[in-house]
Design a protein around this ligand. Structure first.
Ligand SMILES: Nc1ncnc2c1ncn2[C@@H]1O[C@H](COP(=O)(O)OP(=O)(O)OP(=O)(O)O)[C@@H](O)[C@H]1O
Length: 714
């Protein structure tokens, strides 16, 4: 291997998609970048420049060929590409909008293991050199061009031996562009830094040591700019490029690429081999060689150059000590945690939302579900004469539960139910009191007419089972009260012999328990789990879409480090969330808590971690937020419905029960119920199993996410 070779690309092929949708983007590309050189990769939009750069960075797998960067293939063990050996400026801005310039550079400085003093010095220099406003300015308040310059700063910050810059001069005014080129020329002077950049401004690439002209995935030519101009007898690189394009593709620009590839390769071989000349330092140390002069001659801001040149000596003093060893995971995790915490800090409303959202959801649940009915309208037609016992019975009905509405005749009362103005009609015959007394005096000899006349006739709308069951319960319990208070006190026995079943004191629970208490443990589990799913998946997809994750990964961060950092930074959010949730459940809504609160907390915390792990899996599978939301929603209902949270597992078909038991909420919810309602501890199998199940799910989901990320090469 040529020791002078910084980057070698040999017969590299890359395509996107497959079958009919296959798009060949790189077709047997060969290129060599010499150490200490600036290599300008030129070509029209869509010709594959970014794709090639991402392959060089190890961020995109390629189909065939060999790539070496700084002597090794990217991603080889212990290699710093991706990592500290490379500085990357992507095409998109890829900056945290909520950070200041200083914070942005500190984050990337930490990833590159720089001391904060060094970061501060480099920040001062770069902010000054690139004419950026103060380093305390928020990125979101910068103009498009200023943001791109901050992005450029990030790539230059740690003075890596390899700089890969995707269109660094887009959105930059000509003066600054010239100054940037001047700086790039300076930093390659030592021979330690190599730069590959793409640009649409073909003419500015005259300042490069070597240019590669790309079109339709092939390299049409690779030569020093001066030689290209000479060989093609053209005045401008643009003219050379046009000439090459028309030579190669006379009729159809979308024509046969294989043919192009062969002819291009042929021409490359037949081209005069030109010695690659490193930029020469002139007597004044300006570092401007003859070929570059035309570009720099347009420079009307001499201060910019002299300023950057004076920095040349200072940069040697503040030279970053980049390390060639692999990224330190702990260092990366630390940097990522600080970044995550800062992001949270910068978005306090979102943080507060995260803290209180589970509690608010629990409030809605406790307020809306499981309570007693109130003011249920019930029509009454009382034709009892004299209305003694009927009135007494009606008085026994709870007025807070049932709102009695009197009607004159049966038809009116019945219509009220038909028109959904009442949930039931209570009808008393004219002989209700007399017949009930007759029946009470002699229950064994009561005729069916007497029984019918002495009964309350109830006509119900039972389309709402919850209302009809509660109403039935209330009417029956009112009759019990009425019988005890009125009939027995009058010395009558209505005839109902006591059923020979005696309910002793319950083993677990008491009669004050409500449906809310049964559901609350499941709600606590699911709310915590799915809040974490949503926040984790969306946060990662957004970071990935904005190129932020990619940028961190080029700096050497691995997906596992991202996961660990996210879990650490979100841990404190979870702790606050769960504390508030339990305060609301136990303190405000008086959900019984007979067992250890620590165990309840632990189980809920594990649910949150499980949710994060599921969020990771979703974000590793989905590229878009909407698909992540769809998967989350699609899994929410099965989880809630199948986990025995709303309705007992015992009511499910037995086959479904097996699926249900395997879900991450079923056994943990049972365990939570055991702790809260029965006072169970770890000595009970269900509680231990609940912890093991959710822990197992968390580890399994994390591993699965790591595998998916690896397969998808994200
Ligand atoms: N992830 C992808 N899936 C499918 N096609 C893609 C993907 N990324 C890029 N392409 C396609 O590959 C081709 C090359 O894209 P690339 O971004 O490498 O071009 P480029 O030369 O960098 O263009 P520009 O100068 O506009 O940035 C384009 O046709 C693009 O649409």
């Amino acid at each position: 291997m040529d020791l002078q070779e910084a980057v070698g690309v040999h017969s590299v092929f890359k395509s996107y998609g497959s079958g009919k949708n296959k798009l060949e983007v790189l077709i047997g590309i060969n290129l060599t970048v010499t150490r200490g050189n600036i290599y300008g990769l030129l070509g029209p939009s869509g010709c594959g420049k970014t794709t090639l750069l991402r392959c060089l960075l190890g961020r995109l797998p390629f189909d065939g060929g060999v790539i070496t960067t700084l002597g090794k293939p990217p991603l080889s063990a212990g290699h710093g590409v991706p990592g500290r050996m490379v500085g990357y400026m992507p095409q998109e801005v890829a900056l945290y909008n909520e950070f200041t310039i200083k914070e942005t550079l500190r984050y990337f400085g930490r990833l590159n293991d720089m001391s904060m003093e060094l970061v501060a010095k480099r920040t001062d220099f770069l902010v000054n050199f690139l004419h950026l406003p103060g380093d305390n300015r928020m990125v979101k308040t910068l103009s498009g061009g200023q943001k791109r310059r901050v992005s450029f700063c990030v790539a230059l910050l740690h003075e890596p031996p390899l700089l890969i810059l995707d269109e660094p001069t887009v959105g930059v005014d000509p003066l600054l562009r010239s100054s940037i080129w001047q700086h790039l020329i300076e930093i390659v002077q030592t021979g330690e830094t190599t730069i590959i950049l793409t640009t649409h401004y073909i003419e500015e690439a005259r300042a490069a040591d070597m240019v590669g002209l790309m079109r339709h995935g092939i390299l049409l030519a690779e030569s020093p700019p001066a030689d290209l101009l000479m060989v093609h007898q053209s005045e401008t690189l643009e003219a050379v490029f046009l000439k090459l394009c028309t030579e190669e593709i006379p009729d159809d620009p979308e024509g046969d690429k294989a043919e192009i590839s062969i002819s291009a390769a042929h021409r490359y071989q037949s081209m005069p081999q030109v010695e690659v000349v490193s930029p020469k330092v002139d007597a004044g140390g300006s570092g401007i060689d003859d070929e570059r002069t035309p570009l720099l001659a347009n420079h009307t801001h001499p201060n910019s150059i002299s300023k950057s040149l004076s920095h040349s000596s200072s940069t040697t003093e503040v030279k970053t000590e980049w390390k060639s060893s692999c990224s330190s995971s702990l260092n990366n995790i630390f940097a990522l945690i600080i970044k995550d915490l800062l992001k949270m800090w910068r978005n306090i409303p979102l943080l507060v939302f995260q803290f209180i959202m589970p509690s608010i959801q629990l409030c809605f649940f406790c307020l809306a579900v499981g309570g007693d009915l109130k003011n249920v309208p019930v029509a009454v037609v009382n034709q009892d004469s004299p209305p003694i016992l009927s009135t007494s019975y009606l008085k026994s009905i709870s007025s807070s539960i049932v709102d009695l509405q009197y009607h004159d005749n049966f038809a009116d009362g019945y219509n009220a139910v038909l028109e959904n103005k009442a949930w039931a009609l209570l009808y008393f015959n004219t002989s209700f009191t007399m017949d009930l007394i007759t029946r009470a005096r002699n229950p064994t000899n009561a005729t069916s007419e007497i029984i019918d006349g002495g009964s309350v006739h109830v006509y119900q709308d039972i389309t709402n089972q919850q209302i009809s069951l509660s109403l039935t319960q209330e009417l029956l319990s009112a009759f019990e009260t009425f019988a005890r208070n009125t009939l027995y006190s009058m010395g009558f026995n209505p005839g109902a012999a006591d059923i020979p079943i005696k309910f002793e004191d319950p083993v677990y629970g008491d009669t004050s328990l409500q449906f809310t208490d049964y559901m609350a443990p499941g709600i606590i589990c699911t709310v915590t789990f799915f809040m974490a799913v949503g926040l984790t998946s969306l946060s990662f997809i957004t970071e990935r879409k904005e190129g932020l994750l990619d940028r961190s990964m080029v700096a050497g961060v691995t997906p596992v480090e991202v996961m660990i950092a996210h879990i650490c930074s979100q841990f404190f959010v979870l702790v606050v969330q769960i504390s508030l949730l339990l305060i609301v459940a136990i303190g405000i809504f008086k959900v019984p808590h007979l067992g250890s609160i620590v165990l309840v907390f632990l189980l809920t915390l594990l649910q949150g971690l499980g949710g994060m792990a599921y969020g990771f899996l979703i974000s590793s599978l989905c590229d878009e937020e909407y698909s992540a939301i769809q998967i989350s929603l699609a899994s929410f209902y099965p989880c809630v419905l199948l986990s025995g949270i709303i309705w007992p597992l015992e009511a499910m078909p037995s086959a479904l029960r097996y699926i249900s038991i395997a879900l991450p909420q079923t056994i943990p919810t049972d365990a939570m119920r055991g702790i809260l309602l029965r006072g169970w501890g770890l000595e009970y199998l269900t509680v231990g199993l609940g912890i093991v199940v959710i822990f197992g799910w968390t580890i399994g989901l994390l591993l699965l996410s790591a595998i998916v990320l690896k397969i998808r090469k994200i």
